[in-house]
Design a binder for this molecule. Structure first.
Ligand code: PLP
Length: 346
């Protein structure tokens, strides 16, 4: 197996990068109903471009506390369909570990390329987008497990689907950030992958106000929304099952609704979002339309810049439009992932 073996040039800059996890902005969005306020939390402001930076940082710090990891020796291996892979590649390297990510072949080429550029190895299987979790033919999980079995002294799996630190990341950071910035939130709406975001934020917000309603967004069966899970075709992950009672309602969004909404957000609001944010905003429109009053907070998990292959396949944008929004959309930070000089550190 071949790794990028360049030296870590400046530990200080890695530390700076990790300090930028969390504290992402909330922006107001127009609502179909003036009595209902809508806010989106822009998780692409995290240093590796998504909400998964939080879960990964918490899981690695927790494993360090438990003495499971050895700097310079441990290889972190994880089945993932995208953002977790990018976050593990970046954060593991910053903290002195190697990473190998087992991803379904359907994951976008841009995502795989980013993982490689962050110095990690990409292993591919023929799975559906989200590893299915549970019995059956989950090749991502099976391959990761068989590699660990062969070299248990070297490999560690964080296992985001059952790791309590994934829940805690959102209970201790995302939830408190939402409550302290926006106060009297009435509804929280997010997609579900492992369930870490939904249950972590739900537990915190309901502690502050038990009347807060939590709405989970699921994609259709055989979907193309990287990071999300349809719970009819794949089992609910253990992390979600532990606190399923915190979810008040589920809304299902089709791929075409999600893609139409991605385009709508770009055209009408100059917001360039990833596909799951399209699904979440589409669900929020349905909720806002039936309320007489409320303050809704939505999670926008990542931005659109790593989805050219998906958006071109489904004709969401032309190449010119995609490039235009990549450069000119509002609220796109010069994210670390897209700064060549920072990628060179890796
Ligand atoms: C792209 C993406 N990945 C993952 C998630 C959810 O992550 P998890 O349920 O694993 O916390 C979301 C949720 O909104 C998402 O949009």
């Amino acid at each position: 197996m071949v790794y990028n073996t360049f030296e870590v040039k400046s530990v200080q800059s890695f530390e700076d990068i990790l300090k930028r996890v969390g504290n992402t902005p909330h922006i107001p969005l127009s609502s179909p109903n003036d009595k209902v306020e809508l806010y989106a939390k822009l998780e692409w402001f995290n240093p590796f471009g998504s909400l998964k930076d939080r879960a990964v940082l918490w899981m690695i710090k927790d494993a360090e506390k438990k003495g499971v990891l050895k700097k310079g020796q441990t290889i972190l291996i994880e089945p993932t369909s995208g953002n977790t892979g990018i976050a593990i590649a970046g954060i593991a390297r910053a903290l002195g570990y190697t990473a190998e990510l087992v991803v379904p072949a359907k994951v976008s080429e841009e995502t795989k390329e980013l993982i490689r550029r962050l110095g990690a190895l990409v292993l591919q299987t023929e799975d559906d987008l989200c590893p299915r979790v549970g019995p059956g033919t989950d090749q991502c999980i099976a391959l990761a497990n068989s590699i660990i079995r062969a070299r248990p002294e070297k490999y560690v799996m964080l296992n985001q689907y059952a790791n309590e630190a994934n829940f805690l990341a959102h209970y201790e950071s995302t939830g408190p950030e939402i409550w302290s910035s926006l106060k009297d939130v009435t509804h929280f709406i997010a997609g579900v992958g492992t369930g870490g975001t939904l249950t972590g934020v739900a537990a915190y917000l309901k502690k502050k106000n038990p009347n807060v309603k939590v709405i989970g967004v699921q994609p259709q069966k055989a979907h193309h929304i990287q990071g999300l899970r349809n719970l009819e075709e794949s089992m609910a992950p253990e992390l979600l099952r532990r606190r399923l009672d915190l979810i008040d309602e589920w809304i299902k969004i089709s791929d075409s609704e999600a893609f139409k909404t991605v385009r709508f957000l770009a055209e009408s609001k100059r917001l360039f979002v990833g596909p799951s944010s399209g699904a979440v905003y589409a669900a929020a429109q349905k909720v806002a339309g039936r309320l007489s009053k409320g303050k809704l907070v939505l999670i926008f998990a990542d931005d659109g810049r790593k989805f050219w292959s998906l958006y071109s396949k489904f004709k969401v944008f032309t190449r010119e439009e995609f490039e235009y929004y990549s450069r000119n959309a509002r609220y796109l930070p010069e994210n670390i992932l897209f700064q060549e000089e920072v990628l060179r550190v890796y």
